[in-house]
Every structure is written in structure tokens, then in C-alpha cells.
Ligand binder design. Structure first.
Ligand code: C2E
Ligand code: CA
Ligand code: CA
Length: 401
């Protein structure tokens, strides 16, 4: 357990740190005055005077470089030490674009300082490769982020529906709505790439909102072409940032109703990492249930959800991650694992949906192990909802042995 921040006192004239020192700690100045300075040939170049409430020595800690200046106490100085890991922890949690901008800024500052010290006004030395690569990645992200925002505004995102199949009744019972982005120059951008980017910022909220509205609109349109006894549901992916939107469950219900759908035709998929926040998820489930909206736990088995808490969260369905399905049926350990998981989840009265089912053998094995619902290329790839009609009317047969 690292020790708590310590207070230190420097006497007037005492050195706090020297150029070249390792960046082990930063300081919050509680009282007194500090001069930060560097050598400029034979001269002393004052960089700043700092006082109470200001932070000293954080730059080297942030970019893990040796100190590029010296700091002296001008009066008696009282400081609180800020450990490197305290600062770095916050930095690691920060938005990656902001973090890289900060590092870029520090690099530029140091280059400027170096130039000022040698009195050079010549060209700056080229940034090292790693730095350049990082800058390029940030620029790409910023560009992609702007383009994604424009794509939402211009209605350029699409929704694909992937069928979810009931092995027992041999019919398609619902769909998962998966967002697609056909970029004008980059081509199809994988959701794995742009959803992760959108989740880093609050862009996921408009993207999720778009997916929700579009899914409801498409489902309502599909209803118009189907006989009344076929009424599939649609599951939308909900990211952590969306779930904190106040009254999110009400928003789901309102959106469904706006398109003439009963709210129970919607399901919300949330990921395992979000489910770690039990109180929030419990409240979300409670409010969704009030409207008849089911909540599914997505990617089960990939995160770190404590099994001990699963019984407290009343999920309607649990989606077994593809990682468990792919090794079936050859891998006997995977078979044993899926059997155990299915037994446990059936005991909780949650529907089990296996993801990423690509072969008939996998479907048959899953059925044998107690899994009733499957999703995957075997039954259908994510596709244009208008192309799905045929599949709904004459569902594929998945022969069970
Ligand atoms: P997910 O929720 O786990 O979605 C299932 C992913 O598995 C989809 O990838 C789907 O195309 C893919 N998949 C389905 N069946 C098979 C199969 O048999 N074999 C293989 N190899 N893959 C299969 P996709 O469409 O690339 O989406 C990736 C992720 O992006 C989704 O993972 C989901 O987390 C996220 N995502 C997609 N749309 C949205 C959205 O509207 N909102 C949010 N928050 N996330 C979304
Ligand atoms: Ca999902
Ligand atoms: Ca999933």
C-alpha cells in the first residue's frame, strides 16, 4: 500500500530539485515562494516564480523525463508531495486524445526551452519516431471523430439486423441492431474502431440515440410487411455513458411508442463491465421492466463480473460470448465450461443466447448443453432489415440431433 502524500519543509535558499534529477515526485506548494530556473550558458534563466496553491515539478513526472530545470526555495517553503503514481493514475484514466495533446505540449515546451538556453532560433530537432507516430494517431482520431459527428448529422450511419434464433421453436424471435458506417473515402469502418472512439467521448450518446431511433423505425417498417402473428423484438446495444442519461428507460419506452411499437418489442444489451456497477444496473433493469423492456447481459464471460452478484441482477437474457462458442464441439474443456455456465444461467431463469455460432455442429452442441437461443453466421449475418423478410417467413432449419 503506497504511503499517503507527505508534507515537506524546505528552508529559504534550499534546493528542491536539480536539473537531471529523476522524476519521482511533484509538489503542491502550500506556502512560500519558489524559483524555477535553468542554465543559459553562464547565465541563470528564470523560468517562473511559483507560490501557494501552485504545482511544481509535475512535467517531468508526466512525461517521465529527467528534470529539465532546477527549483530553489526563495523563502521557507512548505509542500505536499504528489507521488508519481498518483499523477500517472489520473493521466492513464484521462481521455487518450487529451493525454497525447498534453504530452505533445510538454515536448514542444521542452524543445522551446532547449532552444532558449542555447540561444538558438534555428529549426527544431525532428520529433522522434514514437512521438511522430503518436501525433499521427491523435490527428487520425480527431479527424475520425469529426467525420463521425458529420455522419450522424448527415444520416450516413446504417443499422444492420442480425437474427436471434430459438432452437426449440425453430424460428427467429428477434434481432440485434448493429450500427454500420460506410465512410465516403475509407469504406466500411468497423464498429470495433468507431464505437470505441465514440465511447472515449460523449459521441456515443448521439450514436446510441441514432441506433435506437433507427432500429425502432426499421422494426415498425418490418411490421408493416409481416403477418400479425410474427412480431420479432430488437435488441439495441447500450454503452455505459448512455445508461447514465437520466430516465434512460423512459427514453427507450418513449422512442418505441413514437414509432408505434409496444416497448416490450425492445431489449437493451449492456456489457459486463457496466454490470459491475450493481446499483445503477439494478435501477436500470427495474425501470426497463416497468415498461416491459428486457435487459440482456452482453459478452458474458469476457469481463470481470462477480458471479456472486449475478443472482442480484435480474437479467432477462445473458449472451454467452463467442469465445466460448468458437472452440465447440472439439474442445472438451470448452464443452464442460459451457455445460456448467448454461446450467447455472438456466437456474437463474435467464434466457441464454450463444453468440458467434458459425457451424451446425456448434448449434447442436449448444442445444445439447442447454442453450436455447443462438446468434451467428449459421442463422444469418447482420444485414439490411428489408432483406430479412424472407428469413422471418421461412426460417432456416437448424437440425438438432
Ligand atoms: P457485440 O455487441 O458483441 O456484437 C456482436 C458482434 O459479433 C457483431 O460485430 C457481429 O457482426 C459479430 N458476429 C455476429 N455473428 C458472428 C459470427 O458468427 N462470427 C463472427 N466472427 N462474428 C459474428 P460488429 O457488428 O462488428 O460489432 C462490434 C461491436 O460494436 C458490437 O459487439 C458492439 O459492442 C458494438 N456495437 C455495434 N453497434 C452498436 C451500437 O449501436 N451501440 C453500441 N454502444 N455498440 C455497438
Ligand atoms: Ca451486443
Ligand atoms: Ca456480444
Amino acid at each position: 500500500m503506497p504511503s499517503a502524500s507527505a508534507t515537506r519543509i524546505f528552508a529559504a535558499g534550499e534546493r528542491i530539485f536539480t536539473e537531471g534529477d529523476p522524476p519521482d515526485v511533484a509538489y503542491l506548494i502550500e506556502s512560500g515562494r519558489v524559483e524555477v530556473w535553468a542554465n543559459q550558458g553562464a547565465k541563470r534563466l528564470t523560468l517562473s516564480f511559483l507560490g501557494a496553491g501552485e504545482i511544481l515539478g509535475e512535467m517531468a513526472v508526466i512525461d517521465r523525463a529527467p528534470r529539465s530545470a532546477c527549483a530553489d526555495a526563495l523563502t521557507e517553503v512548505v509542500v505536499t508531495e504528489i507521488r508519481a503514481d498518483q499523477l500517472r493514475e489520473r493521466l492513464d484514466e484521462a481521455d487518450p486524445v487529451l493525454r497525447s495533446l498534453l504530452i505533445g505540449l510538454l515536448t514542444r515546451y521542452r524543445r522551446g526551452l532547449r532552444a532558449a538556453r542555447v540561444g538558438s532560433s534555428g529549426p527544431e530537432p525532428a520529433a522522434d519516431n514514437e512521438n511522430q507516430e503518436q501525433q499521427r494517431r491523435i490527428a487520425d482520431k480527431i479527424r475520425l471523430e469529426r467525420e463521425l459527428l458529420e455522419a450522424i448529422e448527415r444520416d450516413e450511419l446504417r443499422i444492420a439486423f442480425q437474427p436471434i434464433f430459438d432452437l426449440l421453436e425453430q424460428r427467429i424471435v428477434g434481432f440485434e441492431a448493429l450500427v454500420r458506417w460506410d465512410h465516403p473515402t475509407r469504406g466500411a469502418v468497423s464498429p470495433a474502431e468507431f464505437i470505441a472512439l465514440a465511447e472515449e467521448t460523449s459521441l456515443i450518446v448521439p450514436v446510441g440515440h441514432y441506433a435506437l431511433r433507427k432500429s425502432c423505425q426499421l422494426l415498425a417498417k418490418l411490421d408493416g410487411t409481416l403477418p400479425t402473428h410474427i412480431r420479432p423484438w430488437v435488441a439495441v446495444n447500450i454503452s455505459a455513458r448512455q445508461s447514465v442519461v437520466p430516465d434512460f428507460a423512459d427514453l427507450l419506452a418513449r422512442t418505441a411508442e413514437e414509432f408505434g411499437l409496444e416497448p416490450r418489442r425492445l431489449k437493451a444489451e449492456i456489457t459486463e463491465s457496466l454490470a459491475l456497477d450493481y446499483d445503477r444496473v439494478m435501477e436500470l433493469i427495474r425501470r426497463c421492466r416497468h415498461h416491459g423492456i428486457g435487459v440482456a447481459l452482453d459478452d458474458f464471460g469476457t469481463g470481470h463480473s462477480g458471479l456472486g452478484h449475478l443472482h442480484r441482477l435480474d437479467f432477462d437474457s445473458i449472451k454467452l460470448d463467442r469465445a466460448f462458442v468458437t472452440p465447440l464441439p472439439a474442445d472438451t474443456k470448452a464443452v464442460a465450461l459451457v455445460r456448467g455456465i448454461a446450467t447455472m444461467l438456466n437456474g437463474l431463469c435467464a434466457e441464454v443466447i450463444a453468440e458467434g455460432v458459425e457451424t451446425l455442429e456448434q448449434a447442436q452442441t449448444l442445444h445439447r448443453l442447454g442453450v436455447r437461443f443462438i446468434q451467428g453466421w449459421l442463422v444469418g449475418r447482420p444485414q439490411e432489415p428489408s432483406l430479412i423478410l424472407e428469413q422471418l417467413l421461412t426460417p432456416p432449419r437448424v437440425e438438432l440431433v
